[in-house]
Design a protein around this ligand. Structure first.
Ligand code: FES
Ligand code: FES
Length: 159
């Protein structure tokens, strides 16, 4: 099958690859770019495990045609740390026991980051709305909501 050249910014770095027509962004990130932080869950838009930010907005990578990110910025969990330092959301998730098996955590963190980047002091209802597309089978959601609110109240969510 003919492949198409694709260039985009991956966590701030220019990246180039070739993709097959119809390839989704999740598989390109995982299989071709080597970024395994976006998780393969349902592959049909129902769980949020594959959430990434495209030009700062959350998208489900399993439903995105890879070619649609040509020239755009794609941010994954792999890019939110600052050197050896955890992002405030990562620290808050650890402090609030917001991860158990951890499979949902990358998607949760990216959905939460999108929220805090545009609304650094969200209400509880806004946090719930922001993560409403992300399924967690372990935590019961309360620790996750508390962690996002804790990161927001720390005022460092834009780090
Ligand atoms: S893997 Fe994309 S929404 Fe479930
Ligand atoms: S921590 Fe296991 S699915 Fe969320």
């Amino acid at each position: 099958m003919a492949k198409t050249a694709l260039q985009f910014r991956h966590n701030g770095r220019e990246t180039a690859t070739f993709v097959e027509g119809g390839a989704n962004l999740l598989m390109v990130l995982r299989d071709q770019i080597g970024d395994m932080t976006a998780k393969f869950g349902c592959a049909q838009g129902g769980c949020g495990a594959c959430t990434v930010l495209i030009d700062g907005e959350p998208y489900l990578a399993c439903l995105m045609l890879a070619e649609s990110v040509e020239g755009r910025s794609v941010e994954t969990l792999d890019g939110i740390r600052s050197g050896p330092n955890l992002h405030p959301l990562q620290r808050a998730f650890a402090d609030n026991f917001a991860a158990q098996c951890g499979y949902c955590t990358p998607g949760m963190l990216m959905a939460a980051k999108a929220l805090l980047d545009r609304n650094p002091q969200p209400s509880r209802a806004e946090v719930v709305e922001a993560i409403s597309g992300n399924i967690c089978r372990c935590t019961g959601y309360e620790p996750i909501i508390n962690a996002v609110l804790a990161a927001a109240s720390g005022g460092r969510a834009r780090a």
